[in-house]
Design a binder for this molecule. Sequence first.
Ligand code: PLP
Length: 372
Amino acid sequence: MAAPSLKFKVRHVSPRVAAEERQRLLSDPGFGRIFTEHMVRVRWDEAHGWHGAELVPYQPLTLDPGTAVLHYSQAVFEGLKAFRQASGGVAAFRADAHASRFRNSARRLALPELPEDTFLEAIDVLLDADHEWVPEAPEHSLYLRPLMFASDVSLSVHPAPDVTFLLIASPSGSYFPRGVKPVTVWLSEDFSRAAPGGTGAAKTGGNYAGGLLAQAQATAQGCDQVVWLDSHEHRWVEEMGGMNLCFVFGRDDGAKVMTPALTGTLLPGVTRDSLLVLGRDLGYEVEEGRISVDEWRDGCERGSLTEVFACGTAAVITPVGAVKSAHGAWMVGDGGPGPVSMRLRKALVEVQRGIAPDPHEWLHHARVSSRD
Ligand SMILES: *Cc1c(COP(=O)(O)O)cnc(C)c1O
């Protein structure tokens, strides 16, 4: 492999959090509440390109109120997880796929593309410093959050001449501490997440900000999550909240797993892609296609559509138990988690934790050096 294009300057802090306190925090980390001791920062500007790569103590940012991202939202992010391995050590899941999607998101937001080797080196440097913050418990992980934003000070609208990349990490607990529980979803016909030519395929905060009102509407309807339909007809199913959707037709070994094709308005999920590969490995027929709301309801009523689940890095697989819209409501199967969903979930989690073999080389093993 080529040498990393950037050399990272490493500034360790002596731990602010004592070992016992860290163990206490890691026993029930929740999601996105606690952060590790360090972060990575890399700068970019027009004159110097990428430079100033360093590991520094985790700390607040000081931003001028005129900083461009606060006004025009030129920013992208990623979300991936590092897992403690059954054989010891720590590995990040599909870090290369996240590096490549981060570049694609940046291109769409007119941000500079961070080289993939720098993205991976940032992860290695942070995991080396903070590997003790990777929780041990099954289903727990260290959530890695790379982000990049326009850091120039200017109220004029233009692609940023000055950009900051950060990598922070947050220990994360099980999404379902009391067992996998299906969600009820609300089909949004008043709002759209993404439209052709828009930013739907990029991981950018504006897509989330634009979705909050629909999520609030779903909550007001007694639902857990919002399902996004195509913006033109509000007929074709796209995604659920910040996760992709999969539909299981038939049963047992004859089941077919279908997910909406990537039309440009969907976010190309790494979990979605991984499950398509694992589904095929397990002998299921897998397909990228399209499904309308009418086909979803009719399939459930006739019994041909047996399971529906959402998938993403945070929760892996979340079964969908019931559906509501302005025109009615229906159940999926018996409303409980389906066997194909749970089999796929187990298969993926076992690869992530190094319990099952990794034939597709999805694990990025961290080089953890000993400093004591
Ligand atoms: C991040 C995200 C997903 C899931 O992607 P993963 O790579 O599987 O975590 C799906 N939809 C949206 C809108 C997202 O932002």
